[in-house]
Design a protein around this ligand. Structure first.
Ligand code: ADP
Length: 160
């Protein structure tokens, strides 16, 4: 039984994240989506709201669960008997950034393997931060985020 953890901010969940979660759920026995509670970076949505979006959007995936994580990601994996850390790669900037994190995590916890999944080309340009900017000006994001998130963004950010 292999448990994988997919950690991130998910502020909010996008179809790019959801595609990765779906693909990971086919590879691993159990996938835990870990919503990071980063005290330095105040999000648009609270950790509980982000968890709610993910829970609603992954209802059809029986082996996916969602938790809030604080502290070191490798400690969270160990606490949950997980041995695989999943991250997504959209471009070379992600790669450079992720390589550093993976190296550090490997040094902290050599028994944990970081596995990268390539972003689906149709979501390669999708980031939570860009979506929030577009939402502020009323852009239609329904093709890029799950329905619950599209509604949440409208309620939270749209002007006028
Ligand atoms: P973080 O702040 O930890 O980078 P994010 O919520 O931005 O958290 O991203 C979490 C993970 O999802 C990262 O590994 C990121 O590369 C990946 N990711 C983000 N957007 C996409 C996307 N459109 N397609 C595939 N993976 C993505």
């Amino acid at each position: 039984m292999t448990t994988a953890v997919f950690p991130g901010s998910f502020d909010p969940l996008t179809n790019g994240h959801l595609d990765l979660i779906t693909r990971a759920s086919k590879i691993f026995d159990h996938v835990i989506v870990a919503v990071g509670q980063n005290t330095a970076k105040r999000g648009v949505f609270t950790p509980a709201e982000r968890v709610a979006f993910i829970t609603t959007s992954t209802q059809n995936l029986a082996n996916v669960s969602v938790q809030i994580e604080s502290g070191l990601t490798v400690d969270f994996l160990r606490d949950n008997q997980a041995t695989v850390l999943i991250r997504g790669l959209r471009n070379s900037t992600d790669f450079e950034f992720e390589q550093g994190i993976a190296g550090m995590n490997r040094s902290l916890a050599p028994e944990i393997e970081t596995v990268f999944l390539n972003a689906d080309p149709q979501y390669q340009f999708v980031s939570s931060s860009l979506l929030k900017e577009v939402a502020q000006f009323g852009g239609d994001l329904s093709a890029l985020v799950p329905p619950a998130v599209a509604q949440g963004l409208r309620d939270r950010l749209e002007r006028g």
